[in-house]
Write a protein that binds this ligand. Structure first.
Ligand code: AHR
Length: 333
C-alpha cells in the first residue's frame, strides 16, 4: 500500500470509529445525578449502587458530588439542564430551597426523579417520582424498639442528622410520635452530628461531659455512622456501649452489624441504599414514554441481637431479625 492509500484507509477507519462512537453514545439515555456527598458508609454504598447500575445499562451518567452543600447541588442541576440531559435525579442535601431550580427543569421539560430524600415544595408536578425510604416510619420503628426492649422509662440522648435534611426531620418526628405516648421516656440531650462518624463522636463526647451525662440510658442516632463515632466516645469515657448506654440507630451498615454482634450496640433500623436498579428502571420507563408511580418505597427490615421484637404495628407487624455472623458476612454494604 502506498503512503496515500495508507492515509485514506486510516482516515476511513478513524471516521468509522468516530461515527460508531457517536451513534452508540446518542443511543444512550443521558442522566444527570447529584449526590449528597460521601458522609457515611450508607452514602458510599448508594453511590456504588447508582454508578454500578448505570454501567450495566444503556445510561450515559453524569455524576456530581455536592460535598454536602446545597449550593453545589443547585449548580449541578443547572449544569444538567444546560447540557440537556434526558432525566435529572438527585438526593437533596436539605428539604427546602429547591423550588426555583425544579421549576427551571420543568420549563426545560426535563423530568426529575428524587432519589432517597424528598423535597419540600409548594407546587405540584416539579418531580415525577420519589424513590426511597419512609424516614418517619424508620423513626417510629426506633421508638417502638426502645419502648419494647428498654421499657416505658428512659432518658434518651439523640444524635440528629444534617440539620434541615429530610431524614433528620422525619426520623425525629417518627421517634417523638411514639415516645410522646410514654411520659417516662424523655430526650434529655439532642444535637446534630451531621450524619458523620467524626461529628457523632465529637457530639457524644460533649454529651458525656455535660451535667446530664450519668442520666443517659439510651442513645438514638439518626444514622449508624454517628452511632459508631459515639461508641468510640463512650468507650473513651470508660463506659460500656451497648450495656451502660443502649444504642439504636438507622441504616444497617455492615460495621454496625459487627458492633451489635460484639455487644457494643443494640439495634439498627434498615434504610436501604441499594436502590440504583429501581432508579434506572424508572428512568427507562420515562424514556419509553410510560407513566411511573409518583412514590416508590424501599423494602426494609430491622435488626438486633435477639430478634423477635415487633417494631411495626399490630396490623402491620415488622419483626426484628437476629444478627448472626452469617448475616454479617452476607451484608452488601
Ligand atoms: O438519606 C439517607 C441518610 O443519609 C442515611 O441514613 C445517612 O447515613 C446518609 O448520610
Amino acid at each position: 500500500m502506498n503512503k496515500f492509500a495508507t492515509v485514506i484507509v486510516a482516515a476511513a477507519a478513524a471516521m468509522l470509529l468516530v461515527t460508531g462512537c457517536s451513534k452508540s453514545d446518542s443511543d444512550k439515555i443521558k442522566v444527570g445525578f447529584s449526590q449528597v456527598g460521601a458522609e457515611s458508609d450508607w452514602r458510599k454504598a448508594s453511590t456504588e449502587s447508582i454508578k454500578g447500575e448505570a454501567a450495566k445499562r444503556n445510561i450515559d451518567l453524569t455524576f456530581s458530588d455536592a460535598q454536602q452543600k446545597q449550593e453545589n447541588q443547585i449548580k449541578a442541576i443547572r449544569n444538567f439542564i444546560s447540557k440537556g440531559v434526558d432525566v435529572i435525579s438527585f438526593s437533596p442535601v436539605v428539604a427546602t430551597g429547591f423550588e426555583d431550580v425544579l421549576k427551571e427543569a420543568k420549563e426545560a421539560e426535563i423530568p426529575v426523579v428524587l432519589f432517597d430524600r424528598a423535597v419540600d415544595v409548594s407546587e405540584d408536578g416539579l418531580y415525577v417520582s420519589f424513590i426511597g425510604s419512609d424516614f418517619v416510619e424508620e423513626g417510629r420503628r426506633a421508638g417502638r424498639w426502645v419502648v419494647k426492649t428498654v421499657g416505658e422509662n428512659a432518658n434518651v440522648a439523640e444524635l440528629v442528622g444534617t440539620v434541615g435534611s429530610a431524614p433528620a426531620i422525619d426520623r425525629k418526628k417518627g421517634f417523638e410520635e411514639i415516645i410522646s405516648n410514654y411520659p417516662g421516656i424523655k430526650i434529655i440531650k439532642s444535637q446534630s452530628g451531621d450524619f458523620t462518624r467524626a461529628k457523632g463522636k465529637e457530639v457524644m463526647e460533649s454529651f458525656l461531659k455535660s451535667p446530664e451525662a450519668d442520666q443517659i440510658q439510651v442513645l438514638f442516632a439518626h444514622n449508624d455512622d454517628m452511632a459508631l463515632g459515639a461508641i468510640q466516645a463512650i468507650e473513651e469515657a470508660g463506659k460500656k456501649p451497648g450495656k451502660d448506654i443502649i444504642i439504636i440507630s438507622i441504616d444497617g451498615v455492615k460495621t454496625m452489624f459487627e458492633a451489635i454482634l460484639a455487644g457494643k450496640a443494640n439495634c439498627t433500623v434498615e434504610c436501604n441504599p441499594l436502590i440504583g436498579a429501581q432508579l434506572f428502571d424508572v428512568v427507562e420507563q420515562i424514556h419509553e414514554g410510560k407513566s411511573v408511580p409518583s412514590r416508590i418505597p424501599s423494602v426494609e427490615g430491622v435488626y438486633d441481637a435477639d430478634g423477635n421484637v415487633n417494631v411495626g404495628t399490630d396490623r402491620e407487624p415488622v419483626v426484628t431479625k437476629k444478627i448472626t455472623q452469617e448475616i454479617v458476612d452476607s451484608r452488601k454494604y
